[in-house]
Ligand binder design. Structure first.
Ligand SMILES: Cc1ncc(C[n+]2csc(CCOP(=O)(O)OP(=O)(O)O)c2C)c(N)n1
Ligand SMILES: [Mg+2]
Length: 290
């Protein structure tokens, strides 16, 4: 019988790392970047742990999807963008808000339903926005942020600025029809959008291998001639390096690009998932597959 511990989570990460080419020219961070990345990732981790605790105490209601385990993705990408660029994602969004510079107190106030929250306490976990910080949600419908993020890129192109839209989606969302309609238009009009697929190996409780006909999600844009790359999403330096490359690609007028971040969700799908840690079923399936 598989025993629930933290160990199995480490095994697929090691397997994944072996299959991902290290970025050819991966620059080291200087001390300032090291500290910045560490502090930001730690902020997300501690924030999410506290949110989990408050949820357990009944002080947060409704949906609440924690980002624990995926911090390096959003921080590495955020370090690669500039003021004016936009970020949009799904419902696993607290990390993205904090990375964009939104006030942790405002986010927590929203989670706990208070007036000081970003949506005056009426939106909750999945419905926060800050145009000022370039954060466009926060969307509960799987994949719905992809056409919206593509629209942000369209607006940038139309206005003739050099802003890039970072449009995040999950591995489960990568099987959604509207994603491919968006890919088509993005390539057709050469829109400045980086599609960041956060492949945390699971859509709710279903592994990618059980749900996806093809599992190299970085290649999902091939029919549209959109280039893609797989990256070790647990390595903040690798993420930042590829983020630099991808945003330059967009700013140079080449159109969209796909980055598949190989990462891992350390908790259950959401706080209403009765298992806050990976379930025994999930771990035993993982043990059988890996
Ligand atoms: C259109 C739609 N279908 C189904 C759901 C229910 N649902 C919520 S999250 C989820 C899984 C999505 O997984 P993934 O895209 O991998 O994101 P992750 O939760 O791993 O971050 C599903 C099916 C939904 N919210 N919207
Ligand atoms: Mg997923």
């Amino acid at each position: 019988m598989a025993v629930a511990s933290n160990r199995p989570a480490a095994q697929p990460a090691a397997v994944r790392r072996a299959s991902v080419e290290p970025a050819a020219e991966m620059p080291d961070f200087n001390q300032e970047q090291e500290l910045h990345a560490y502090r930001q990732m730690l902020l997300i981790r501690r924030f999410e742990e506290k949110a989990g605790q408050l949820y357990g105490m009944g002080l947060i209601g409704g949906f609440c999807h924690l980002y624990i385990g995926q911090e390096a993705v959003v921080i590495g990408m955020q370090m690669a963008i500039k003021a004016g660029d936009e970020v949009i994602t799904g419902y696993r969004d607290h990390g993205h808000m904090l990375a964009c510079g939104m006030d942790p107190k405002g986010v927590m106030a929203e989670l706990t339903g208070r007036r000081g929250g970003y949506s005056k306490g009426k939106g909750g976990s999945m419905h926060m926005f800050s145009v000022e910080k370039g954060f466009f949600g926060g969307h509960g419908i799987v994949g719905a942020q992809v056409p919206l993020g593509t629209g942000l890129a369209f607006a940038n192109k139309y206005r003739g600025n050099d802003n890039v839209s970072l449009t995040y989606l999950g591995d489960g969302a990568a099987n959604q029809g509207q994603v491919y309609e968006s890919f088509n238009m993005a390539k057709l009009w050469k829109l400045p959008v980086v599609y960041v697929i956060e492949n945390n190996q699971y859509g709710m409780g279903t592994s990618v291998a059980r749900a996806s006909a093809t599992t190299n999600l970085s290649q999902r844009g091939r029919s549209f001639d959109i280039p893609g790359e797989q990256i070790d999403g647990m390595d903040v330096r690798a993420v930042k390096a590829v983020g630099d490359k991808a945003t330059k690609w967009c700013r140079d007028g080449n159109g969209p690009i796909i980055l598949e971040m190989l990462t891992y969700r350390y908790r259950g799908h959401s706080m209403s998932d009765t298992r806050s840690a990976p379930s025994t079923i999930r771990l035993s399936r993982c043990a059988a597959a890996c």
